[in-house]
Design a protein around this ligand. Sequence first.
Ligand code: ZN
Length: 116
Amino acid sequence: MHELGIVEQLVRIAVDELEKAGAEGPVSSVNLRVGVMSGASPEALRTAWEVVVPNTRLKGAELLIDEPPATCRCLECGATSEVDGYTFACPSCDSGQIAIEGGSELQLASLEVEDS
Ligand SMILES: [Zn+2]
């Protein structure tokens, strides 16, 4: 399960950010962006979170996960649209010439810190 490694890395980034910001209060929530094309499963990330986080600075923080949809841009007509399942064609002109642009995010979006 590579989600364990992903969570460990995200926690390291979060702890770095907290140190840089000089935040000392407990972290109430952590917001992740996990695109549908990222290859990571939000459910597995939550499981990994439960394993990793109790031993870290983020102990007790609620995990919030945004799942931005995949988007694509049509190379024929320029329309941008959400990718619906595995139908990779432009909804405007039906062209198969599309470039996937969004949905592969796997990043820390924000942190909420309580006042100490
Ligand atoms: Zn098109």
